[in-house]
Write a protein that binds this ligand. Structure first.
Ligand SMILES: NC(=O)c1ccc[n+]([C@@H]2O[C@H](COP(=O)([O-])OP(=O)(O)OC[C@H]3O[C@@H](n4cnc5c(N)ncnc54)[C@H](O)[C@@H]3O)[C@@H](O)[C@H]2O)c1
Length: 373
């Protein structure tokens, strides 16, 4: 009888220990949710390796894709996660209301106009971006656009397919780059890389960037000038500033009118930096020669949008920079940042640096750090 009693006590103790361990595991497991826009409709990952390899074999981390594909996240979507891997969905302030668990949002890319940054800070959530991942992919995108515009690649392609290529050879002659001027609006991470990659084409490179350090521009071989002079001088203008209150509508009718009628405009930054109607009119009237745009005032852009109907425009769906290289480096950078938080460390490439000193964020960080020894 006493043997049975002892074995019952032992079983209860073992059960208790197992429950305590399970509870500890639930509390300590760092849970990452990835927005569902990483996935194709069939559930496969649409853009290649996104850093999931770094999570293999980590018993302290669980991850999943959010069950629902959404353009704007809600509080319900974020429930139960310590970290969010964010691609294109919006993260408004309402989604963070009442959330005390989320510690890090890792935005895949460098634009974060889709994220309410003050709300992140107020809730002790650190926002990271991936400048290392987008730098080369976006800069080569700009070089692609520059070469495609100057060689009239898509016009020649369309004419050839229509059986008119040979008749129209002279009409479709391109424009050489040697000795021309490339004007960059913004020479940060991406603009700087464009300057480096553009050097061998014999281009003179000028830039307008009110916040750039002269020594950085000098090291890039770039002459810093004011915007109006850049607009009037450059043969190819490429936009590389972030969308802010200051840059919204920066390139409007008056600015386009300053450009040479032979000039091209490239916008891979953000659509609302350029007034799209004004650009359409400039392209139709011949105020400028052509444009290449990856970004629009409204995304996804409506197929009936007038600018999409023009022959002298190259358009891409905010994806010209999406390559396997982009996905791999961006993924490693984003997941690396989330894992840093999981290990109680401050991640790289923090947008809202002011959050780092807040008691809310410090408490989360120390919880993760201690939990994992
Ligand atoms: N199409 C895409 O898929 C894609 C991908 C990545 C980035 N982007 C866009 O590219 C932008 C640039 O990215 P980044 O990594 O080079 O950012 P960054 O912050 O490193 O560089 C932005 C530069 O713009 C400058 N700037 C700010 N205000 C300016 C103004 N009024 N006029 C001129 N320059 C100004 C800044 O001083 C800075 O040097 C992002 O903000 C994002 O919107 C688009």
């Amino acid at each position: 009888m006493s043997e049975l009693f002892n074995s019952l006590i032992l079983s209860l103790r073992l059960l208790d220990a197992a429950l305590a361990q399970a509870e500890r595991r639930i509390l300590l497991t760092f849970r990452i949710g990835f927005t569902r826009d990483f996935l194709n409709p069939d559930g496969s990952i649409g853009i290649g390796e996104i850093g999931l390899g770094l999570l293999e074999g980590r018993s302290d981390v669980e991850w999943e894709f959010l069950p629902e594909r959404t353009r704007a996240l809600t509080a319900e979507h974020l429930e139960g996660y310590d970290a969010l891997g964010l691609l294109g969905a919006r993260l408004p302030a309402e989604a963070l209301e009442g959330n005390t668990r989320l510690a890090v949002v890792a935005r895949y890319g460098v634009g974060y106009d889709t994220v309410d940054v003050p709300a992140c800070t107020a809730h002790g959530v650190v926002l990271t971006i991936t400048p290392d991942g987008v730098r080369r992919a976006m800069a080569t995108s700009v070089i692609t656009f520059m070469l495609a515009l100057s060689h009239r690649l898509l016009e020649q392609d369309r004419a050839t397919r229509a059986g008119e290529g040979w008749q129209r050879k002279l009409d479709l002659m391109g424009y050489g780059l040697d000795g021309k001027t490339l004007g960059l609006i913004g020479i940060g991470n991406i603009g700087g890389e464009v300057a480096r990659l553009a050097q061998p084409f014999g281009l003179k490179i000028i830039a307008c960037d009110p916040y750039a350090k002269p020594e950085v521009a000098a090291a890039l071989g770039v002459e810093l000038i004011d915007l109006d002079t850049l607009l009037a001088t450059a043969d190819i203008i490429s936009i590389h500033c972030a969308l802010t209150d200051e840059t919204r509508g920066l390139v409007d009718t008056a600015k386009l009118a300053r450009m040479k009628p032979t000039a091209f405009l490239i916008n891979t930054a953000r659509g609302p930096i350029v007034n799209q109607q004004a650009l359409y009119e400039a392209l139709v009237s011949g105020a400028i020669r052509g444009a290449a745009i990856d970004v629009y005032e409204q995304e996804p852009v409506d197929a009936a949008e007038p600018i999409l109907q023009l022959e002298n425009v190259i358009v891409t769906p905010h994806a010209i920079g999406w390559t396997d290289e982009w996905a791999r480096i961006t993924g490693q950078s984003a997941v690396g940042g989330m894992l840093a938080v999981a290990e109680g460390r401050v991640p790289n490439f923090v947008v809202n640096k002011e959050v780092l000193e807040t008691a809310l964020f410090q408490e989360k960080l120390s919880r993760f750090g201690k939990g994992r020894g």
